[in-house]
Design a protein. Sequence first.
Lengths: 236, 265
Amino acid sequence: MPYLRVVPQGAVFAFRDVSVSFDGVTVLDRVSFEVQERTVTVLTGPSGAGKTTLLRLCNRLEVPTGGTVRYRETDVATMDPLLLRRRVGMVFQRPTLFPGTLRSNFQVARPAEDAVYRTALDQVGLPAGWLDRGGDELSGGEAQRACLARTLLTEPDVLLMDEPTSSLDFAATRVLEELSCDLTASGLTLIWVSHDLEQVGRIADASVVLMGGRLVQGSLADSYLAGSVPEKGDAQ
Amino acid sequence: MIATAATYGYVGWLGLAASLVLVGIAVAISLWQHLDLERSLVWATARAIVQLLAVGAVLAVVLSPRVPLLVSWVWVAFMVVFAADTVRRRAPEVPGASRLALGSLTLACAVSLLVLFGLGIFPLDARTVVPLAGMVVGNSMTATVVAARRVVGELSDKRSEVEARLALGQSSRDASRPYVREALRTALISQIESTKAVGLVFLPGAMTGLILAGEKPVTAVLVQAAVMFLILGAVATTGAAMSLGLARRLFTPDHRLVRLARRTA
C-alpha cells in the first residue's frame, strides 16, 4: 500500500498549551510537545493521566478547551474533521470490528475491489482468504490486526494507537508491535498510548510522560520510565 | 341483573360500578401473590375514571354542533403538547426529548390527518378529528418513547463502534445509520405485529366499540382497518422523525458523539 510521500522532516503534530476539561474537571493542563515525522511517539503515564484524551485530540474525537493542536502546521480546529480522520487513523483499545464479514468492515473504510482488501490482510499478516470471515470468528489478536488493516485502507498519514495491545497476550502483542512499527519505514507516524513500560522501551522513538493531566519532564519522567514512580503518582 | 338491563352501546352507572368487580379480581390476585400493587391498581382505576369523565365532559362541549371546528383543533394541539411532555417524563435520559417529540407528533398528526381528510376517507368534523387525532397521538407517543430510548441506548452501548466509524472518516449521519435503523425497526415491529394479529388474536378498540354500539360487523371492520392503517402510518412517521432528529442531536456539528447518560431502566 502506498505510504511513501515526499514530505519534509519535521513536526507532524504540535500541541501548544493544550487543556481539556470535562464538567469542570481538568483532564489535561497546558500540555505542549511535538510529534516528529516517521517516529513512534509513546504517550505514557499512570491511569487517568489524560493519555487517551490527548490522543483523541489528534483526530478531533475530542476538542481542547484551551490551546491549539496543529497537524502539519494547520490548526485541526480549522480542518474538515472527516478529512482529518482519514489522514489520521485510529486503532482502539479493544478490537471494534463491526457486525458482518471482514469485507463489509473494509467497505466502511474504503469501497474497493477484493484484491485491495486481500493486500490489506496480507499487510497485517492475516490470510488473504479471510474476507468472508466474521469478526466474531477471530481471536483478539487477529481482530486487532484486522482493525489495523481496516484503518490502513484509508491510507492514513498518522496512526493513533490507543493501548491496542492491552487485551492481547504477549505473542499477539509482539506481532502487532512489529507490524505497526514497521509502518514508520513506509512513511507513517505513530502515536501510541501505553502504560506498559516494557512496551515503551521496545517501541518508543520518543516518550511523552503525563501525570495528573500534565506533561512531566526531566528526572520525574526518567524515574517514571524507569519504573520507580508509583502508578497513581500525580504531577509535582 | 345489571348486564341484561343494559342495551347496545349503553353502559350505565350501575354497569360501570359492576365492571369494578374485574378490578377487584386484579386486586385480589395482587394480594394473593403479594405483588404489592393494590394501591397502584386502585389509584390507576380511580384516576382513569376521573380522567375519562373529565374528557367526556370536555368532549361533550367540543363535539357539540354549535361549537366551531377550531376548538377541536385546539384540543388536538393540547393532546400533542401533553403527549410530548409524557415522552419527556418517560424517557428522561433522552436529551431534548420534549421538543423532538413535539415536532414528531405534530408531523405524524399533520401527515396522517391530511391523508384521512384530504382523501375523504372520513368526513372532516369534530366527531372525527378528535378521536382520530387521539388514536394517532396515543399510539405514536408509545412509538416515540421506544424509538428515542432505543436510539440513545444503541449509541450509548455501541459507542466504541460508532467512534470507530467516525475515526474512519464516516460522517455522523453514516456512522449512526445502523443504530438508528435498529431503533426504528424496534419501534415499528410491535405495531406491525399488532396489525398482523388483528382480528385473529384480538379485536381492536374501535371495532369492538362499534360492534358493542350495534353497528354491522362489516362497517366496524372497514372503520377499524382504516384506523389500523392510520396508526401504522403515524407510528412510522413519528418514529422516523424522532429517531433521525435525535441522532442529529446526539452528534456535534464536527461529527463527535456527545456524552450520553446511561439508561436507567
